[in-house]
Write a new protein. Structure first.
Length: 291
């Protein structure tokens, strides 16, 4: 297999004239709406717990109950449901506001995901376990990159480390059956950043990252979503895109979230629990609707 720096250089040029980008297709800036988003996420978690008869005290005290929610995925995503869709829309709106000048360069976004990491060290047996070094492209995310927000919790001991590969293969961008397969897609690494509370992190899909949980680490909450830039990216060919899992809506929809558009879900948390007990997987996909 051949490895090259050509594709890496092309990806960097794609971001060259954008705000905050310097040495790598990655930036980390302070979020001026960090307090508002943290408060909204606390309400979101509280509403989820109320649906199962629990009360949100604080993140550390309530983490065991949060991880037992029927609408939380193995990767820690707390999926919005009918009971929580109103506050979810407020969170999505503030995420867009937080981007400031960068938003005018964006074409579209994938739905916002609110993610909880307990701090407990997990088994690496899960194919897409995030403690393994990976690109989000390897799980089928075919956008240009990811925008991620450090919301609340223990980011020092239960965070994310970001790395830039020195050389990559021609088939670097594409879905793999296991993150372990990605070790054959690059050569050499350099750490370029770490997750920080109250900051926005943007990184191209060429950037590798992994979660890290030290012994006795505490939980944390983050928000992430994929994006496409308006500028057409000719520097990559994507293999096996997961177009069923990742849907993108125009940036203008997010800009008008709560005003002209509303992210609508079609299942309650109780219905989710019953569906999973009965072994059913299919559910009507949430989507933005006009108000």
């Amino acid at each position: 297999m051949k490895f090259s720096k050509k594709l890496i250089n092309q990806r960097f040029l794609f971001y060259k004239n954008l705000p905050y980008i310097k040495k790598h297709p990655f930036f980390s800036i302070r979020n001026k709406f960090a307090n508002e988003l943290e408060a909204l996420v606390q309400v979101y978690l509280s509403q989820n717990l109320i649906s199962i008869g629990k009360r949100f005290k604080d993140l550390n005290s309530s983490i065991d109950d949060i991880m037992k929610l029927p609408n939380i995925t193995p990767g820690g995503i707390v999926v919005p449901k009918i009971e929580t869709q109103l506050i979810y829309n407020a969170i999505a709106s503030y995420c867009y506001k937080s981007l400031g000048d960068f938003s005018k360069y964006t074409k579209s976004f994938a739905p916002v995901t609110i993610r909880v990491k307990s701090g407990k060290i997990k088994s690496p047996d899960r194919p897409y376990e995030t403690s393994k070094l990976h690109s989000d492209a390897w799980v089928g995310m075919f956008g240009d990159g990811i925008i991620s927000f450090g919301i609340m919790g223990d980011f020092k001991n239960n965070g994310v480390e970001f790395f830039m590969p020195n050389l990559i293969s021609a088939d670097y961008f594409g879905k793999l059956s296991n993150y372990d397969e990605g070790i054959n897609k690059f050569k050499g690494l350099k750490e370029i950043g770490r997750y920080k509370k109250g900051f926005i992190h943007l990184f191209d899909n060429i950037v590798l990252h992994k979660t890290m949980s030290k012994k006795n680490s505490l939980p944390r909450v983050s928000i992430d979503f994929g994006f496409f830039l308006k500028k057409k990216n000719k520097a990559s060919k994507f293999f096996n895109a997961d177009i069923k899992r990742y849907r993108f809506d125009k940036a203008d929809v997010y800009n008008e979230c709560g005003n002209k558009f509303y992210y609508k879900t079609f299942e309650t948390i109780t219905q989710t629990k019953l569906r999973l007990i009965n072994g059913k997987k299919k559910v009507k996909v949430p989507r933005f609707v006009k108000i």
